[in-house]
Structure formats: structure tokens, C-alpha cells
Design a protein around this ligand. Structure first.
Ligand code: ZN
Length: 406
């Protein structure tokens, strides 16, 4: 594997600038294009899985984080409050859960609405010490693929099992290579909220779901969230360090603290269980991993530029522009490269890990064709431009890891 910071620079995916601050990377056009393709995929997958998307601000009043317990148990990782006036203090949020609890509470809820699945790819902030910051793996501004499901407590195992399956599918599509699964539990000396019975029930749910899925895992005492145990799907970076990417957590405490209730079938009031989960983790940590695991050569569906068109000479500028425009109109990311020798332009496309290069010389232009080369060195020879677009479109739509349709 290759250090994602070096590749991120070479491929112009993201940059950092001391003037903007450490741990606050800026996504450059290539990185943003890849990230947006992944974000769209995740949203679509969530939509199909019954999630409803919300949008909430990354700041809120201090009182929200007092209620959620974050200030008591997680305050050291939060940025200090911004005081606007005497008793009006805003804070950057350390997680999305408090806002999603307010989504549930926005009106009365009935058992017929459950499970209520809320998702958001939203910003949150951690006051990480400057010494631990680096590239995209440890940052102060985080964009989390987050979701919260409110469900009847007796259905928690079903919900966690479902989330584990979604994580497995997303990892297969993205090409994530997990290094292991851990069950993160309380440890000695930790600062945790909630009573013994809640922790035991939550731990039982996670163990049952792991057993049902047949997932091998290692217990990790001391790595639980302050509000509950969690299943963490780990990845390893090029230096061998392990990080949590995806996670599923069971929480009985937040619904009680926020007074969340629904009307049960018998007319009584009940508190739902809250399942926190992230299918693919934060965009920062996910891309640190994807850059390293693919050595920058992303699957075609989220490659920053999917097709580069190379006119051999100025006489082929018009058909080259036409092919690139056709690709863009078909929803692909395509460019024309004019500058330098043909060999230099082919090498530059390879350096940038562009999956498809279409070369148009005099003969191809005359026949309405382009010669297609794949990133892995395969050469498909001249074919009609409509076929070129169709081939790339099929691979992208299938989110295939291979560059040819199956
Ligand atoms: Zn949460």
C-alpha cells in the first residue's frame, strides 16, 4: 500500500494549507468528484434500505449537548463554545445523534411509523490535538455517513443484522478491505453513561446479531462509546495502524434522556431503542483507505475522470471534443487532452489513474471511431464511439471493479 497523503498530493485529490489549519483538509476537484460519486451511491443505497434523509446544521446551542450527555462524557473532544451573548452559546457538534433525536421528537410518533430510519451525510467536529493530525485519517472537520434508526427494543437484533449486511454490501461495492471486526465494550476507568441493565441488554443484542451473521470478532474492552457498546469494522492503513471505519451501536440511554416515546399498539407510551450506524464511516477516513487500497486507481464508477480523449493531431480536435461532450451528456466525467506528444498524454492519463483513454487519429475520425485503451494496459482497438460510451456506461452502472463489462 501507498501512503494516502503522498498519493493525495500527486493525484491532486486534497490539500492542506497551514493558513486554513491542521486537520482541515480541502478537497480539490478530483477528490471532490470521487467523493460525490461515493456520496450519491451511499444515499441511494440508504434510500433503498428505507432511510429518510435529513439535513441539520453542524452547530447547536450548548444545551443540546448537555442533554445528549456529550458535554459530560465527551467534552474534552469538543471545541470550546462560541458565546454570542450572556446565555447564548453555540457549539460545533461532535456527532449527529442529538439532531437526529430531535427529528424523532419533531412530532408525536406511532408504532406504525417504526422503524424510523434517519440518515444524513453531515459535518461534525473534533478538537483533536495537533500532534495526532495527518492527511485524511485524523481530522478536526469530519463528514460522516451517519444514520439513526428508532425501533421497538425487541427488534434490535433484526436491525443490527440488517445493518451488518448493508455494511458488507457497501464494502464490496467500494472495494473496502476490512482488517477485522471488533465488539467494543466498556473498560476499566472509562467514563460511561447509563445503568448496568442497559449495557447488558445492548451487548446481548450485538452478540446475537454477530452470531446470526456468522461474523468472527474480537472483543475490545475500553473502546465502547460513552453511551453504549458497538460493533466496529476496522481497516488498516499503510503504516499498519488500525482504525474504525463502519460501526453499529445500540443505545437505550439517548431515547430516555431526550424523552423519546411512541404510542404502542396497546395505546401505551414506549421508548424506542436507538441504533447508531455508519455504513462507510467518514468521507475522510473512507477515502484515506480507498486511496491506499486501490493505490489511487479507483473503480471506474468513482474515478475522478473516467475518460480522457486524445486527438492524435489538430485535425481530430472536433471529433475528440464531440466524444468528450457525448460522454459528459451520458453522465460520465470526461476530458480532452491536447498538450504534448501522444505518448506523453497517454503517460499522463496513466499517472492520473484514468480508467479509459480514447485515441482518435485520422483513420478513427474518418470512421466515427476511437481506439480504446484501459488503465491496466489492455488495448481494445478502434470501435464506434457509441460503443465506447456504451462500454464505459455499463461498467460504471454496474459499479464493477473490472474495466470491462461482465
Ligand atoms: Zn449517533
Amino acid at each position: 500500500m501507498v501512503d494516502h497523503r503522498r498519493l493525495g498530493r500527486e493525484l491532486e485529490l486534497f490539500c492542506s494549507d497551514p493558513l486554513a489549519g491542521a486537520g482541515l483538509p480541502i478537497w480539490l476537484p478530483a477528490g471532490a468528484a470521487a467523493r460525490h460519486a461515493v456520496e450519491e451511491y451511499l444515499r441511494e443505497k440508504e434510500r433503498r434500505a428505507g432511510y429518510r434523509h435529513v439535513v441539520s446544521p453542524p452547530v447547536a446551542r450548548r444545551e443540546l449537548f448537555e442533554l445528549s450527555g456529550h458535554l459530560d462524557h465527551f467534552g474534552d473532544d469538543m471545541f470550546p463554545p462560541m458565546r454570542l451573548s450572556g446565555d447564548d452559546e453555540l457549539m460545533l457538534r461532535p456527532s449527529l445523534c442529538p439532531h437526529h433525536a430531535l427529528v424523532f421528537r419533531a412530532r408525536g410518533r406511532s408504532h406504525r411509523e417504526l422503524p424510523l430510519r434517519v440518515a444524513e451525510l453531515g459535518g461534525m467536529y473534533r478538537a483533536e490535538r495537533s500532534g495526532v493530525l495527518g492527511g485524511l485519517t485524523r481530522v478536526r472537520a469530519i463528514s460522516l455517513n451517519d444514520g439513526h434508526t428508532f425501533r421497538a427494543p425487541e427488534q434490535a437484533v433484526d436491525e443490527v443484522s440488517r445493518e451488518l449486511a448493508l455494511i458488507r454490501e457497501a464494502h464490496a461495492d467500494l472495494g473496502v478491505r476490512a482488517s477485522g471486526v471488533r465488539l467494543s465494550l466498556r473498560g476499566p476507568g472509562g467514563d460511561y453513561a447509563g445503568d448496568e441493565a442497559m449495557w447488558a441488554a445492548a451487548e446481548g443484542v450485538l452478540r446475537d446479531a454477530l452470531a446470526r451473521a456468522g461474523v468472527a470478532y474480537a472483543e475490545s474492552p475500553g473502546d465502547a462509546a460513552f453511551y453504549g457498546p458497538k460493533i466496529d469494522v476496522q481497516v488498516r492503513d499503510d503504516a499498519g495502524r488500525e482504525q474504525t471505519l463502519s460501526t453499529v451501536q445500540v443505545d437505550h440511554g439517548r431515547p430516555r434522556r431526550f424523552g423519546l416515546e411512541y404510542t404502542a399498539a396497546d395505546g401505551g407510551r414506549r421508548a424506542p431503542v436507538l441504533i447508531h450506524r455508519s455504513m462507510a464511516g467518514s468521507m475522510e477516513r473512507l477515502f484515506a483507505h480507498l486511496i491506499e487500497v486501490h493505490a489511487g486507481a479507483f473503480p471506474a464508477w468513482y474515478a475522478p475522470v473516467q475518460l480522457v480523449v486524445l486527438p492524435v493531431g489538430a485535425g481530430q480536435d472536433a471529433p475528440a471534443a464531440e466524444l468528450a461532450a457525448g460522454a459528459v451528456a451520458a453522465g460520465l466525467r470526461a476530458e480532452v487532452a491536447h498538450d504534448g506528444s501522444l505518448g506523453a498524454r497517454v503517460r499522463d492519463a496513466a499517472r492520473r489513474r484514468v480508467p479509459y483513454v480514447a485515441v482518435i487519429g485520422g483513420r478513427e475520425a474518418a470512421g466515427g471511431a476511437a481506439a480504446l485503451r484501459l488503465r491496466d494496459g489492455r488495448e481494445l482497438g478502434p470501435r464506434p464511439v457509441a460503443q465506447v460510451l456504451d462500454l464505459i456506461g455499463q461498467v460504471v452502472a454496474a459499479r464493477s471493479a473490472d474495466l470491462l463489462p461482465g
